[in-house]
Ligand binder design. Structure first.
Ligand SMILES: Cc1ncc(COP(=O)(O)O)c(C=O)c1O
Length: 470
């Protein structure tokens, strides 16, 4: 049997149930686990440096090795006290949907490859379109994450506004914009001098006057302004750029407006998010990441474009070997709307978890992210050695130890990792290193927040760090 790479039904079940047991055990005991462990490359890399075995290894041994050498050495981004970067608080239904999509090895690149999955993906994209207030003409597709969504949107902007000719073209965004945008622009041929990274205002938002001034100056210099990127929740502080004003400006100046909502756009499902993100519906393209604040497993990103036809004119290529795919014009082929031909069935997890829990549960879970960051802010204000640097905003609060040097944050990072109770990571705001908590995990309790901040305070004191002399 093994030369066909096949298992008997009973063997498949045994292996499958074992995998499920490992996963369920992980979810069940997540709270008691360390938030994350980073292995030493000197120790870990040699463990795996070996040729593949010529003969089968017993499943017991495979699992033992995975559970000893691989799975313990991860950041548990679903952990209720993982507040670092952007957490990935996935849900178990999403995990099972991934198993189903892999089990059927769904080819979600064309209608022919999977008409049911393509129809379902279109329906889920339409949910997103509706939530974001986009017109009927809008469409989009699932991609791996925010980086690919930004890339997919920017290629569409380049194609639509510049006919793919990048000479003297210029793009504008704030200095708080995610690095995936810089990378996307590098990938598609923009040079640093074609990028205006505008200093953000006191609230870390893109200032309209500086934007207008830059565009004016560039036009006067014979350059070709073509796009503005607005943030719908920055990674650093959760700041939202003035979306309506940027949209008005872009219309008036004939510029493409791409909104990076990879972190924050999913908040539109909540009432609060709807209000804060007003204007998002005016974007020409939007990145939206269900694997962040919509509780899906990675990888699950999405790009929406106001006029789906533009996505198609940007990406569609019809080679002779796909003639059977393109024969019927009423069929929608996801490969015509993006970079990937062979692609997985990412929409399934969103659909299945929405069906399983219901939309109201998602709305409440997002709302909880806002509330938790407010709880964190209130607690921080009771701790005299810390100061709040940016208030709770879109589930993010940033804070700094009074009088601490940059070195303090390096040491704190090491301490947090060693201890494993919780994890917050640092960033830099206006040249000052700060810590931030991103509280979008609905599993997090009020007590988790309280205990994490007390623990951080105690760690800082224990280290006899500069702040302790307050
Ligand atoms: C605002 C923003 N944009 C883009 C990205 C990149 O998304 P991904 O890591 O899914 O590629 C992130 C990731 O945190 C983000 O916060």
């Amino acid at each position: 049997m093994t030369e066909k790479l096949e298992l008997q039904a009973a063997e498949m079940r045994a292996l499958g149930y074992r995998v499920i047991d490992v996963i369920v055990d992980h979810f069940e005991h997540l709270d008691e686990k360390v938030v994350g462990a980073k292995g030493d490359p000197v120790v870990l890399r040699p463990l795996f440096r070996e040729p593949p075995p010529s003969l089968p290894v017993r499943p017991d041994e495979i699992f033992a090795r995975l559970e000893r050498d691989v799975l313990p050495h991860i950041m548990n981004i679903c952990h209720p006290r993982f507040f670092a970067f952007v957490p990935g608080p996935s849900n178990f239904v999403s995990v099972m949907a991934d198993a189903l999509a892999a089990g059927f090895n769904v080819f979600n690149g064309s209608w022919l490859g999977g008409s049911g999955p393509a129809a379902l993906e279109l329906a889920v994209i339409d949910w997103f379109r509706n939530w974001c207030g986009f017109p009927e003409t809008a469409g989009g597709l699932f991609v791996s994450g925010g980086s690919m969504a930004n890339l997919t949107g920017l290629v569409t902007a380049r194609h639509t506004k510049l006919d793919d000719r990048t000479e003297r073209a210029v793009i504008y965004y704030s200095d708080q914009t995610h690095s995936s945008v810089d990378r996307a622009l590098r990938v598609i041929g923009f040079l640093p001098e074609q990028i205006r990274r505008i200093a953000s205002d006191a609230s870390f938002r893109l200032p309209m006057d500086a934007l207008a001034r830059n565009v004016d100056q560039d036009r006067a210099a014979g350059l070709r302004p073509f796009a503005v990127i607005a943030n719908a929740g920055t990674t650093n502080t959760g700041a939202i750029d003035p979306l309506r004003e940027i949209a008005g400006f872009c219309r008036a100046e004939n510029l493409w407006m791409h909104v990076d909502g990879a972190y924050g756009a999913a908040a539109v499902v909540s009432e609060r998010g709807q209000k804060l993100l007003a204007g998002i519906e005016l974007a020409d393209s939007l990145s939206f990441d269900p694997h962040k604040w919509l509780f899906q497993t990675i990888e699950c990103g999405c790009v929406l474009v106001r006029d789906a036809a533009l996505l198609k004119s940007t990406y569609r290529i019809m080679p002779e070997y796909l003639a059977d795919v393109h024969r019927n014009v009423t069929e929608v082929n996801p490969c015509d709307y993006g970079i990937q031909l062979t692609r997985g069935f990412r929409a399934l997890k969103v659909w299945m978890s929405m069906e399983y829990f219901g939309f109201d549960a998602f709305r409440a879970a997002v709302e909880r992210g806002f509330v938790l960051s407010e709880i964190a802010e209130r607690k921080l204000r009771t701790l005299p050695r810390w100061e709040v640097m940016t208030p709770a905003q879109m589930g993010i609060v940033s804070f700094a130890r009074r009088g601490a040097s940059e070195e303090f944050y390096h040491r704190m990072h090491e301490r947090m990792l060693r201890d494993g109770f919780a994890l917050a990571t640092s960033t830099v705001l206006n040249g000052r290193t700060v810590l931030r908590l991103c509280t979008i995990n609905p599993r997090t309790t009020e007590e988790d927040i309280e205990r994490t901040l007390d623990w951080l305070d105690a760690l800082a004191d224990e280290e006899h760090l500069p702040g302790a002399q307050m």
